[in-house]
Ligand binder design. Structure first.
Ligand code: BGC
Length: 262
């Protein structure tokens, strides 16, 4: 079968998606592969979902690779970027998507919770961006970093304090790194999803009353499908978004502007 990655707005590009085996990450993998990219699916823990995604993409004529790397460890991120370059020859787009939350108030949060959430969400994005940007500068020709944050980079979510702190940090990481890296032709863009139908929201989705309140708070009337985020990421990674950097694109169905709250 002819390799389909020769067609599409991301043809010839290599994209890493951290946390790419599940949730929003899996939808980003599908969207960038459909746009023609070769894709590296980072996972931590079991390889089952990542291997299945690689098999599906390969059968469809795409190029895909699964790599185990814990994004809270900078050495793992360096190895992840090196694996992408070894397999596909270069790196063009880094999507720092991996994220966790523990849903604890400030009063309840343990040091372990804090370190886990900040380690994956903020330290992971910081050093993922650094590893990718070093590769972009070494190979020349610029590159794109997309940081998947949240409406909670701006909007308090009581009971999810460490998560909000991590996302607020990602907000400034996107802005500051975007300014620093512009001279290298590297764009840094944040994407802030609202409520999305993924495993991170399992506890809300298990509670019909909470789900009704959440749907009612969203002007577009529904929790997002992961693909509704993936499509925006594929666009921002492409040259069609070549003048977008150092800012966040909110993809929340209007949730953050809603006067109804959660
Ligand atoms: C959080 C979810 C929350 C959603 C909307 C996301 O960033 O991970 O737990 O439901 O924002 O508030």
């Amino acid at each position: 079968m002819a390799a389909k990655e020769t067609e599409g707005p991301l043809a010839g590009r290599t994209v890493i998606v951290t946390g790419g085996a599940t949730g929003i990450g899996a939808a980003i993998v599908t969207a960038v592969a459909d746009a023609g990219a070769a894709v590296v699916i980072d996972y931590v823990g079991s390889s089952t979902a990542a291997d299945a995604a690689v098999a599906t993409l390969t059968a469809a004529g795409r190029r895909a690779l699964a790599v185990q790397a814990d994004v809270s460890r900078p050495d793992d991120l360096t190895r992840l970027v090196a694996a992408a370059v070894a397999e596909f020859g270069r790196l063009d787009v880094m999507v720092n998507n991996a994220g966790i939350e523990t849903r604890h108030t400030l009063l309840e949060t343990t040091e372990k919770d804090y370190d886990a959430v900040l380690g994956v969400n903020l330290k992971g994005a910081f050093f993922g961006m650094q590893a990718a940007a070093r590769q972009f500068v070494a190979q020349g020709g610029g590159g794109v970093v997309v940081n998947i944050s949240s409406v909670h980079e701006d909007w308090p979510m009581p009971g999810n304090t460490a998560y909000c702190v991590s996302k607020g940090g990602m907000r400034m990481l996107t802005r500051t790194a975007g300014v620093e890296l512009g001279a290298h032709g590297i764009r840094v863009v944040g994407v802030a999803p609202g409520a999305v139908d993924t495993p991170i929201n399992a506890s809300t989705e298990a509670d019909p009353a909470k789900m009704r309140a959440l749907d009612a708070a969203i002007p577009l009337g529904h929790v997002a499908e992961p693909g509704e985020i993936g499509a925006v990421v594929a666009f921002l990674a492409s040259d069609a978004a070549r003048y977008v950097t150092a800012t966040t694109v909110v993809v929340d169905g209007g949730l953050m502007q809603s006067s109804l709250g959660l």
